[in-house]
Structure formats: structure tokens, C-alpha cells
Design a protein around this ligand. Sequence first.
Ligand SMILES: *Cc1c(COP(=O)(O)O)cnc(C)c1O
Length: 384
Amino acid sequence: MRRVYLDHSATTPVRSEVLDAMLPFLKEDAFGNPSSIYSYGREAKKAMEEAREKVANLIGAEPEEIFFTSGGTEADNMALMGTVAANEKKGRHIITSSIEHHAILNTAQYLKKKGFKVTFLPVTKEGLVQVEDIKKAITDETVLISVMHVNNEVGTIQPIKEIGALAKEHGITFHTDAVQSVGKIPVNVDDLNADLLSISGHKIYGPKGIGCIYIRKGTKINPILFGGAQERTYRPGTENMPGIVGFGRAAELAAKELDSEMERIKSLRDKLIEGIKERIPDVQLNGDLNNRVAINANFAFSNVEGESLLLSMDMKGICASSGSACSSGSVNPSHVLLAMGIPPKLAEGSVRFTLGRDNTEEDIDYVLENLPQIVEHLRSISAF
Ligand SMILES: *Cc1c(COP(=O)(O)O)cnc(C)c1O
């Protein structure tokens, strides 16, 4: 049976060029510890610094501003926990949005429990944070604003540049989770006015378990792990060499192919959107059609339960998701869709399709051939 993978916001396959770059670091030829002074160590260190430069280039940063982490989740945790720890004397208030990834939301909830003040900003029905709301939320005690660049469920692109400028004006540290924007739209830390920024390897055709936090020179932040002097003591622990090298190669390719690849994917995505609207009654696209990344289409199917739809699609080899991969398995409707004011029933009947490098025109034709029947069948037996 044909398999059509349409869940690239959950994870992406490691591309072959990335695997080729990684393999020596898993074998006898290049297994060295980059902290060692003999040849094996020096060779590892050199490869690590080359990878750091490639990641820095992808976002317009200096290599010294890139700190490798175990992924996006750790980078997000460090942005929040590390910033509040370094600014204890200044204040105890942070501002974030209600549609963040759980790596931010749950860290913010934890800080709230610990006595910090946390503002969770609302969003418009298109899923946009409003700069005016941030302006109103800022107090003398605010030490951090954290708003994601692109939302992982609906693909909305936030006004990060404006939010960053506002933070700068008030001398507040600004973090953005750019896990879903890097490789999909241009990301430049200076254009965005970002002090801190998170990236994950496995969302850009690199391996899982690697990512980084960008820390602008002069930004006050503490480590959240303690140990050796790796990553200039900001992130101790022997480096994940295969991961770092693979992440570097993935970043290099993402920068090179961004424009051509996104143009190709956008035309496939638009064909999917048009096709679904044409063939299936009572569907609505969640989020803004224009202000979103090219890979994302998120649909609410009325009178259908999202989980059943996913299972039926899976039986036809179509892989998509409801909400985010991290919260699937839970029956609660997506916190993002609810924050956008979508009624719980419709939120529950929502499915996210996210396209990627491996998708073809035939994939989209296959989905459009099969999905209408699946939805019709589920609606005919629905208890909704
Ligand atoms: C996937 C994702 C993360 C988590 O990254 P991991 O590397 O899987 O820990 C964080 N934020 C967003 C927006 C994501 O999509």
C-alpha cells in the first residue's frame, strides 16, 4: 500500500546527505571526545565548530552565539528557566502566549507554581498574538517575553520583529521558539530582534535529540544543567557528536534549498486545500490562509471525530495528526484551536496536514481520492 507522510511538523526523516555526514562519528574513524587534546579529539572539535558555523549561518548569528542542546524542548526550558534565574533581582514576571508548544507552556506553568507571575496572552481567531496586548502586559517586573515564531499546529507566523522591538525598547529579554519557522521562512536573529531563539534538528531533516539555543552576546541567562565546561559551561555534558554534525549538515541544506523547496511545497499544499474544499462539504481551514508557512494545512471537519479520522486515514496509509504529536493520545481538543475561539466540537474534528520534501503531486492526488469517502463514511455513522 502507498504511504503518504503528511506530518512533517511532528518530525522529518533524516535526509541521506545528513546520514552520510553523521556516520563517521558513530564509527571507529571519528569517535573522539571534542574536549580531548590528541588527534581524535581535535578532529571532533573541528567538525563540531564547522557545524556550529553552519547553524549560525542559517539564522544570521555568530558561531559563539550558538549553544547545542538535546533539542527544542531543552532550548525552550533554558530560555525560560535560565532567564528568570539570571534576573532574580530585576523581577519575577514573564509574558508568553496561550498557543505555545508545551515545552514553553508547561515550563511557564511550573514557574507560576513556584511563585512567578506569568501572563498567557490571548490570540485572534487567526491565531495571532497582538502587539498591543503585550504592551499592556509589560510591567517594571517583566524580565522575559517568549512568543513562538511559527505555530506548530496552524502554521501562523507571528509578528516577531515588532514584538522583539517592543521588548528591546523596554530592556526586556526576548525569546522566540523558531523550531517551526527555521527552514520554512527566512529567520534572521537581527531582523527579528531576538535575544534567545530555539531550534530543533529533527524538524529540519536532521536527527532527533539535537538542537540549539541562540544566545545573543550580552544576554543575561544562567545554565540549567551543571557539570563540565562544554559549550562554555552553558551546556555541560559530552557533546552529541553525530547529532551535532548531522544538525550542521541539515542546517546548511535548509539554508540553500529554502526558496525553491518552499515554492514547490506551497503549490502542493494549495492543491490540497483547494481539493479538500471542493470535494468535502462542511470543512473549514483553521487559521489564516495567507499568513502561514507553506507546509501547513489544518482543517476542521464538522461532525467527525479527529481521532477516528486519523485512524481511518492510517488504514489507507495516510499519516497526519490532530493537535500536536506531543499531546496526541490525550482526548482533549487542541489548546491552540480553543485559544483561537474554535468550538470544542470542531476543534476535536480537526486534522493537521504538514507537507515536506518527500511529498509529490501523486501523494496529494491519493489523499484527495481517499479522504472524501472516509469523511462521508464517518459522518454516516457519527453519533455527534
Ligand atoms: C517539536 C517542537 C519543539 C520540541 O522540539 P524537540 O526537539 O522535539 O524537543 C518545540 N517547539 C515547537 C514549536 C516544536 O514544534
